[in-house]
Design a protein around this ligand. Structure first.
Ligand code: AMP
Length: 374
């Protein structure tokens, strides 16, 4: 299995793949791999004529990725020489918010009203049309709330443009979208095989702080049947349309008028880490099964689960390890502010019990925000 990217998602893919007798070779373009498992090739220039790329492609049967901000010329080249799953079309759509929104619109999936802007003047015009507040985002490369600016008053357009419009290498294209008054954030994760078979995980409820996911509960509480059906229909249509093979994640806002799509990721996702202990077959194993042509595994939840991200500091891991209802996953990374260092999975028989247990675990993790959920 060849994997583009060599961070914690690659690490958890490998941990799920070794029992299936898969071996891993990671191709890292960041220069700082943390995967800690398998063979690693580092190529920060991602040059197509690099002999290391040819060696990597010779060494692997299929290429997948754990990171979608990859140069299109690299993924298209790999696709021309080997099997790339999910296909480059999935990456190209998911790494560009403008294309993502266009696809949602084409398929009739509700998404916030938006304008694409390339200058301060266009941003001002978009604010006038949409009305404040609006959320502006770079169309490419944004993640964990980076590359995002909320404009609450029209006078903030200059500040927003300076903060995210004027990029290091010239002007960034921005998307200016209407602010959604959502009751909660949900995500749906599904897997598709090349023969069009699909399986969908239960919806997860996600709690973000300062743009970073902190808690994810699955199955989400109090999901109405029509909301569940909508989410299933949207993700299946997206996978089918993209010819997607592997895991696809769709982030959604729940509103009074139903679901509104925010963005998607063509890969295993932080809001699916609960599935390692919480589902019959984890998102990592199902991704590997799909991209290597194996039958898909059961996506049903075995138990009510909450995933707590460990951000910045590892905290009191000894106390967490002493709890009979918690599982600790560390990613082999040095402590640094805002960095995802690991996660803890907590399981319980009821939402009340889960809330109590999560609060207990969070008390051992410095800086954890208050845990609230529906
Ligand atoms: P994103 O990078 O698009 O996932 O955005 C990060 C977070 O910003 C989301 O998880 C939401 O909490 C918030 N957000 C993004 N877009 C909107 C929007 N249009 N309206 C309200 N909140 C938003």
């Amino acid at each position: 299995m060849g994997v583009l990217g060599a961070g914690q998602l690659g690490r958890m893919l490998a941990l799920a793949g070794y029992p299936l007798e898969l071996d891993f070779h990671f191709y890292d373009t960041s220069g700082s791999p943390s995967v800690g498992l398998g063979d690693i090739t580092i190529d920060t220039e991602a040059k197509l004529d690099n002999p290391a790329l040819a060696d990597f492609l010779n060494d692997v049967d299929v290429v997948t990725y754990e990171f979608e901000h990859l140069p299109a010329q690299l993924t298209q080249y790999i696709e021309s020489k080997s099997t790339l799953y999910p296909p480059s079309k999935s990456i190209e759509v998911c790494q560009n918010r403008a294309e993502e929104k266009a696809l949602f619109t084409k398929l009739g999936i509700p998404t916030p009203a938006y304008h694409i802007v390339n200058s301060l003047e266009e941003l001002k015009a978009a604010v006038e049309k949409l009305g404040c507040p609006i959320v502006t985002k770079t169309t490419r490369e944004g993640y964990d709330g980076k590359g995002q600016f909320v404009i609450r008053q029209a006078e903030q357009c200059e500040a927003a443009w300076q903060a995210i419009g004027e990029g290091k290498n010239g002007t960034n294209t921005l998307i200016a979208e209407a602010f959604v008054n959502f009751s909660r954030e949900l995500s749906i994760i599904a897997v598709r095989s090349a023969d069009d078979s699909m399986k969908v995980y239960p919806l997860a409820e996600n709690d973000h702080h300062e743009g970073i996911l902190r808690y994810s509960i699955a199955p989400a509480a109090k999901v109405a049947d029509d909301i569940n059906a909508q989410a299933n229909q949207y993700i299946k249509e997206l996978m089918h349309e993209l010819g997607h093979v592997g895991i696809l994640t769709l982030e959604l806002f729940e509103t009074e008028n139903g679901l509104v799509a925010n963005e998607m990721a063509p890969r295993v996702h932080n809001s699916g880490h609960w599935s390692i202990e919480g589902a019959h077959c984890s998102q990592f194993e199902n991704h590997l099964r799909a991209v290597s042509g194996l039958p898909l595994g059961c996506t049903e939840a075995q138990k009510l689960t909450c995933m707590i991200n460990i951000i910045g500091e590892k905290g009191d891991t000894g106390s967490i390890l002493s709890l009979p209802y918690a599982n600790l996953h560390l990613y082999g990374k040095e402590e640094r502010e805002g960095r995802k260092l690991g996660h803890v999975t907590v399981q319980a028989d009821s939402h009340e019990e889960l809330a109590w247990r999560v609060k207990n675990v969070a008390s051992f993790l410095p800086g954890s925000p208050e845990f609230k959920h529906s």
